[in-house]
Design a protein. Structure first.
Length: 446
């Protein structure tokens, strides 16, 4: 699910595309309402920009794709999300839907799945089955309501850029590519037709959409490049690039993500077997009432005892080098605990702020420890090397089931704690400019 905490990173107006302001544990039921609230936030206007360069042929291709998704009666595909196509995917999954109410969404590796096949949402139109990391020992069966079909794919977290398949609404990223943003800090600068290509043997039309985001004296460039099938107009690949362009800062990491849609099918109907739920081995039926209670408890995105002035929870864990990490090692320092993952768009977007703060204040006594919710160590280490992340990372490979996030009851990321020199919590869940302010205040404290 998605939350919409006010965003300090440069993708503010495109929050929905990059998984809104926070990527939450699937149990967090209040997320969508907050996402909607953030989208209504009024931003400070940026300076007037030149008229965008718009290629009408490129716009027509995107409009044709939007129309193709709206006309779908049934759909299925396999999805993979990565930062480097030469490396293992961060997230893989499968999706199928048939309007008005049948669907099957599942993550098979990485992402929100604490273990393979441990997140799924399936409905045959009469019953709804779910497997969720909040209770990896059970599956749940219930009657679907009017919102189930609309939110299932987003709940699973399978579509990072929220393009189809979606049973309701428009394919959001495609609409945003050709629509001037309401947030005046964001300026659509170009929609261009790129050279045609093939993706997995499918001839595609390629369209790019470029925007700039102005935050104070910093300007970021955001670019989406989308490849759609020349015959069916359905998306086969989305590439997202983000970089700080003014002023150019070598310490600010660029962001690159790719989402692939393979084995795309759009028949009039799919076999009934496409929506048959098969419980994963070892799982038994759970009590929906107990699940509702667990979800209610999980609606708090972190332990409610984490307040300014309180003691952070003690833990001992290993970093990527196998060396022990505990809070006592940082006594007398200002410490930021950053709960994040490479497959989390908002986390990746926030990283430049965290890295910049570390580089700026490390000599003054600032330390940062990343608490990774990744599943695959090679993907994490490769990402850290490419993004030049200089501080330690706690990692156990268990995703949402990781030990330290469990101790802190973290159910939405990114999540950051600032711990003062006195060993007490100095700030909770701060980002961007708020993080910088919290760090400065903590360093100045006696």
């Amino acid at each position: 699910m998605l939350t919409g905490k006010p965003m300090a990173y440069p993708t503010a107006a495109l929050a929905a595309v990059l998984a809104a302001g926070t990527l939450a544990h699937p149990a967090s039921a209040a997320a969508q309402a907050e996402d909607n609230a953030t989208k209504a936030t009024v931003a400070t206007a940026s300076p007037a920009a030149a008229s965008p360069s718009i290629d009408p042929k490129a716009v027509d291709i995107i409009k044709a794709s939007i129309a193709a998704y709206k006309a779908l009666k049934a759909y299925s595909d396999d999805v993979s999300i990565m930062t480097d196509p030469a490396k293992p995917a961060l997230v893989t999954g499968h999706a199928a839907f048939q309007r008005p109410a049948k669907f099957n969404y599942s993550i098979t590796s990485g992402g929100l799945a604490a273990n393979p096949n441990h997140y799924a949402a399936v409905s045959d139109g009469k019953w709804y089955w779910s497997v969720t990391p909040i209770d990896p020992k059970h599956y749940y069966k219930s009657k679907p309501d009017q919102n189930t079909a609309a939110t299932a794919a987003n709940d699973v977290g399978l579509y990072r850029f929220r393009v189809a398949p979606s049973m309701t609404g428009d394919p959001r990223v495609l609409v945003q590519m050709i629509t001037p943003p309401a947030d005046k800090r964001v300026q659509l600068t170009a929609v261009a037709l790129e050279p045609s290509a093939t993706v997995d043997g499918v001839p595609v039309d390629v369209v790019s959409s470029t925007s700039t985001v102005t935050l104070g004296d910093k300007v970021y460039t955001l670019k989406f490049t989308v490849s759609t099938g020349r015959k069916d107009h359905l998306v086969r690949r989305i590439v997202y690039d983000q970089a700080q362009t003014t002023p150019v800062d070598p310490k600010t990491s660029a962001i690159h993500m790719e989402e692939y849609h393979k084995n795309v099918k759009a028949p009039a109907a799919l076999p009934a077997s496409s929506f048959a739920f098969v419980p994963p081995a070892g799982l038994t039926a759970g009590d929906p009432v107990k699940l509702a209670e667990m979800k209610a408890d999980a609606e708090s995105y972190f332990d409610k005892r984490l307040v300014v002035g309180a003691k952070p929870f003690a833990f001992t864990a290993d970093d990527l080098d196998g060396k022990p990490v505990d809070l006592a090692q940082y006594a007398g320092k200002v410490l930021v605990l950053d709960f994040w993952a490479t497959w989390c768009g908002p986390c990746v977007a926030e990283l430049p702020n965290v890295v910049a703060a570390y580089n700026k204040h490390h000599a003054e006594g600032l330390e940062v420890v990343g608490i990774s919710l990744d599943n695959e160590k090679p993907a994490l280490t490769d990402f850290i090397e490419k993004q030049h992340i200089p501080y330690r990372q706690v990692f156990d490979g268990k995703g949402w089931g990781s030990r330290v996030p469990g101790i802190y009851k973290v159910r939405a990321i990114p999540f950051m704690l600032v711990i003062g020199k006195d060993g007490n919590i100095a700030a909770v869940n701060v980002r961007g400019e708020a993080l910088e302010t919290a760090i400065k205040t903590a360093l100045a404290a006696k």
